[in-house]
Design a protein around this ligand. Structure first.
Ligand SMILES: [Zn+2]
Ligand SMILES: [Zn+2]
Length: 357
């Protein structure tokens, strides 16, 4: 075991604070990573506050991790100390089931092991995430960061990036595709960048006129105000693909109405009940309503490589570890453009009177 310093919550109503805990000793196929930066995902906030009623404490969140390899287990051949690497939402899976064989480890039939708030497959110990000085991960779940990318901005690709990339790829978005992105937050801003880089014609659908200029700067050719009934009507049924990134309950019917023949609307944000869907909205134009959850490891590497080739990075606001509670408050108020990233070199300075985990 190695001593680790992290930042997490001891209960649903506690602020995040320093926590000392232990990481496992390296197994033969493990990689130990010194964490440089970790993104703050909206789901970190839900998990810490037990919004999904499944949080185990202490909860040390973080699944947008980048850093450098510090040590490797004796059977690891693909990585060596010093390599620039990343870890996303997954740290292990069974490797043998149908989903794993199809390289969709996130849907492992025996249950994928998530980066935090999950149980290690061998010991049953709670997993702890990237708000910490290092992490130990099975080699197959470690990703390579293209050297062309500025490491300070890479972390959000590991969740927000792959969550939007995977459905864009599955539905073949590319040149000639009319894409709409609903909601301009952490996920939405990545969706605009990635869809535009894939060659699609991108429209941002937002309730906020103030976001129009930002959406265009990110790569959207058009902006459609969903609060403008006349504009929504005149948009007709012009979209092939709509990516809905709204993180809470909402009515998808007005967006379904914008889909053309065989159009698909994919949900990636709202993990909660939606307003009732009108069957007629789906039957007309043979529309589909679908969902998508992160992506497999190979697909995540594909996304990182694409971002490396095209110079795509999230827009980040760098914060110090001690400011994470304030960042959560701002996240709830939608006050970030578009992702907070924690500079882990500030972790030690935030460690005043840490508690045992
Ligand atoms: Zn996430
Ligand atoms: Zn599996």
């Amino acid at each position: 075991m190695t001593a680790c310093l992290g930042y997490g919550a001891l209960s649903a109503d506690a602020e995040l604070a320093p926590i000392r805990f232990e990481r496992r000793a390296l197994r033969a196929d493990d990689v130990s990573i010194r964490i440089a930066y970790c993104g703050i995902c909206h789901s970190d906030l839900h998990q810490v506050r037990n919004d999904w009623r499944n949080t185990a404490y202490p909860c040390i969140p973080g699944h947008e991790i980048v850093g450098h390899v510090a040590a490797v287990g004796r059977n690891v051949t693909q990585f060596k100390p010093g390599d620039v690497v990343a870890v996303g939402c997954l740290v292990d899976s069974c490797q043998v089931c149908e989903s794993c064989a199809d390289r969709e480890e996130q849907h492992c039939l025996k249950g994928a092991t998530f980066t935090y708030n999950a149980k290690d497959r061998q010991t049953g110990e709670l997993t702890y995430g990237g708000y910490s000085d290092h992490v130990v991960v099975r080699d197959r779940f470690v990703l390579r960061v293209p050297p062309s990318l500025d490491l300070r901005h890479v972390a959000p690709l590991l969740c927000a990036g792959i969550t939007t990339w995977s459905p864009l790829r599955r539905w073949g978005v590319g040149k000639g595709t009319h894409v709409a992105v609903v909601g301009l937050g952490g996920l939405g801003h990545m969706a605009v960048k990635l869809a535009a880089a894939l060659g699609a014609e991108v429209t941002m659908i937002t309730t906020s006129p103030a976001k129009a200029a930002d959406a265009r700067a990110l790569g959207a050719q058009h902006v459609l105000l969903s609060t403008d009934a006349a504009a929504m009507k005149s948009a007709g049924s012009r979209f092939d693909f709509i990516l809905d990134t709204i993180p809470s309950s909402h009515d998808v019917n007005p967006h379904l109405a914008l889909l053309g023949r065989r159009g698909v609307l994919v949900l990636v944000g709202a993990i909660e009940p939606l307003a009732p869907v009108h069957g007629g909205q789906l039957i007309r134009n043979n529309r589909a309503l679908a969902g998508s959850a992160i992506g497999g490891i190979a697909e995540t590497q594909e996304m990182l490589d694409f971002c490396g080739e095209h110079g795509i990075l999230p827009n980040c606001e760098m914060i110090a570890m001690r400011d994470v509670n304030e960042a959560y408050r701002r996240l709830l108020a939608n006050d970030v453009k578009y992702r907070f990233v924690i500079d882990m070199s500030t972790l030690a300075a935030a460690d005043s009177g840490s508690v045992g985990g």
